[in-house]
Design a protein around this ligand. Structure first.
Ligand SMILES: Cc1cc2nc3c(=O)[nH]c(=O)nc-3n(C[C@H](O)[C@H](O)[C@H](O)COP(=O)(O)OP(=O)(O)OC[C@H]3O[C@@H](n4cnc5c(N)ncnc54)[C@H](O)[C@@H]3O)c2cc1C
Length: 547
């Protein structure tokens, strides 16, 4: 960016912040987004992967349901390459109450969510792993939605319009004079250096962390973070999203995501969005509930557990709502001038990833009105960069592309997710310097059934080669040692991967973990590598049960 002052500083590089940056940039404002980790490492990178049809909310939250189906259609238009059109079903197991099941079609119709009852036998033919005792089934337009590609596409569009986005930059202080924010202090988490940015306007899109950003501005914003745990299975036991037809609860939805399937979720209130753990009891509870949909689930292999924190917001507590499920999934745009007397701060809280664009639009409307900008929102109509209209992705797309390019094993770095050497090189070229975890989010390397066991050391080797070949790389930078840098990158990656394996380490997955541990500790000896004299490539923050 040039030295012209920033019109709007957006805090938070999740889907909402990225969508907001795009929206404001398209209205002619010059904006900067800052994100304390890699883009999409907050809740947006740790969610369930569902493009909601709205079906889950029709009974309890019709507004949220209606917003979901509207945005579901918008995203299919503007971001098709981020969507696998799996379709979805709400199924009535013997445990689900008749009154909920009987009123489900009418509730869908009332919120404009298309639903159609299908013969159970037909669904069982299509999804043979489902419980044979299912009584009724309704088809809805649920789908699977890839978050990181979506976030990047929004950022690319914003960057083409004189705005920018900085990853690994954390807001650490805000200077306020009376009812006006003057400057924001942003720390580079890799080097520790702090930059003071003069700001015209600040929007907090910090999700579950919004209360912390508000506090830096001297404003009290009561968030009610709700932790949700999910389990990743090593196979797709279903090709469609399967929901239980009852009031949303734990372990009642399975979402196929690329080569795996994800069972979720729990909902437990936490005080701090960075401090929580995943317990074995939660895992056991999820499996027991999930088995009502897929009876063989207890015998299937869980790859890992991870959790995200819902950015739920409520001004006052909902009586009797200990777990937070009664708080609306809808969102709130908070103008802190009206609420707290701070004239250039807005927060956007709550919502879902499915509705990120709508949340951004409504927030940008408020900001534009306050700044006297009359440009309308265009984000619902203009297709995002790199998203060919009408082309959703499908499970076999990488294999088809690989075979078209000649196929064979030689070029594959990650066999599970079919990440080729050229894909890895292209990512490193565009994003260097980056960690192996950034590579994982950008390419899906290490996200398949082996969880990095057979590909992490190859990727580390390729990074080492790249560092050695570069004249301007860290090898020649102030005495930094290339080998130590790569060792550390590998250790960081494995540490993150293994954390998610701990709560599910039993049975066949424990055998798999022993084998991977044998490769890295026994053969490669990563535990005895000398400690690196380097700044951490990651933010160094506490674990949140990584995805
Ligand atoms: C378990 C679970 C499952 C879910 N499943 C679904 C689903 O299937 N479908 C769906 O549509 N929605 C789902 N959601 C909801 C959805 O994931 C969230 O609503 C959405 O991702 C929130 O996006 P966001 O950009 O608002 O927040 P985030 O993605 O959390 O972004 C906020 C960002 O702010 C950054 N930040 C915080 N503090 C600072 C600071 N000081 N400086 C700089 N940056 C900072 C954080 O690092 C973070 O990246 C789920 C949520 C959970 C918890």
């Amino acid at each position: 960016m040039t030295s012209r002052p920033i019109d709007v500083l957006v805090v938070g590089g999740g889907a909402t912040g990225a969508g907001l940056l795009r929206d404001l940039a398209r209205r002619g404002l010059r904006c900067l987004l800052v994100e304390k980790g890699d883009m999409g490492t907050g809740t947006s990178g740790r969610y369930h992967g569902l493009l909601h049809s709205g079906g889950r909310y029709v009974a309890k939250d019709p507004l949220a349901a209606r917003e979901c189906i509207v945005e579901n259609r918008v995203l299919r238009r503007i971001a098709p390459a981020c969507i696998e059109d799996t379709g979805g079903y709400f199924v009535a197991t013997p445990d689900d109450p008749d009154d909920y099941v009987d009123t489900f079609p009418a509730a869908c119709a009332a919120s404009d969510v298309p639903s159609e009852e299908v013969p159970v036998a037909e669904l069982l033919r299509r999804e043979p792993s489902l419980n044979r005792a299912i009584r009724r089934a309704f088809r809805v337009p649920d789908a699977s939605l890839e978050p990181w590609q979506l976030i990047q596409a929004n950022l690319v569009d914003a960057r083409a319009r004189a705005s920018d986005a900085w990853s690994y930059h954390r807001v650490v202080g805000i200077e306020r004079s009376n009812g006006h924010l003057l400057a924001v202090d942003v720390a580079d988490v890799r080097t520790g250096s702090v930059t003071r940015l003069a700001v015209g306007f600040v929007v907090s899109a910090a999700g579950a962390w919004s209360g912390q950003i508000a506090a830096l501005a001297g404003v009290d914003l009561a968030m009610s973070p709700g932790k949700g745990t999910m389990l990743i299975y090593n196979q797709r036991m279903t090709d469609a999203v399967i929901n239980r037809c009852h009031r949303p609860s734990d372990g009642d939805i399975m979402v196929p995501v690329h080569t795996v399937a994800i069972l979720g979720t729990t909902e437990i209130r936490v005080d701090d969005p960075d401090e929580y753990e995943i317990t074995r009891e939660e895992v056991a509870g999820l499996v027991a509930e999930g088995a009502k949909l897929f009876p063989d689930l207890p015998r299937m292999r869980i790859l890992r557990a991870y959790a995200g924190v819902r950015p739920l917001y409520q001004e006052t507590g909902t009586p009797g709502d200990e777990d937070g499920r009664a708080i609306s999934r809808a969102h709130a745009v908070i103008d802190h001038e009206v609420r707290d007397g701070v004239d250039n701060l807005v927060s956007i809280v709550g919502g879902k990833l499915t509705t990120y664009r709508l949340m951004a639009e409504q927030t940008a409307d408020v900001v534009s009105r306050k700044l006297g900008i009359s440009e309308p929102c265009t984000t619902a109509d203009v297709v995002l960069p790199g998203q060919e209209p009408g082309r959703t992705y499908w499970l076999g797309h990488r294999l088809a592309e690989h075979e078209q390019a000649g196929g064979g094993d030689a070029d594959l770095v990650c066999e599970c997710e079919l990440v080729t050497r050229s894909m890895l090189d292209a990512f490193l070229d565009a994003n260097w310097p980056c960690s192996l975890d950034d590579v994982r989010r950008g390419t899906r390397l290490g996200m398949g059934p082996c969880q990095g066991g057979f590909c992490a050391f190859r990727a580390a080797g390729i990074v080492a080669q790249r560092l050695a070949d570069r004249d301007d790389g860290p090898a020649s930078d102030g005495g930094r040692d290339t080998t130590a840098l790569v060792d550390q990158a590998l250790r960081d990656f494995l540490r993150e991967r293994f954390k998610g394996s701990r709560p599910i380490a039993s049975g066949r997955q424990l055998q798999e973990l022993w084998m991977v541990s044998g490769i890295y500790s026994g053969v490669l000896g990563v535990d005895s590598l000398p400690p690196a004299r380097l700044p951490d490539l990651e933010s160094g923050e506490p674990s949140r049960g990584p995805r």
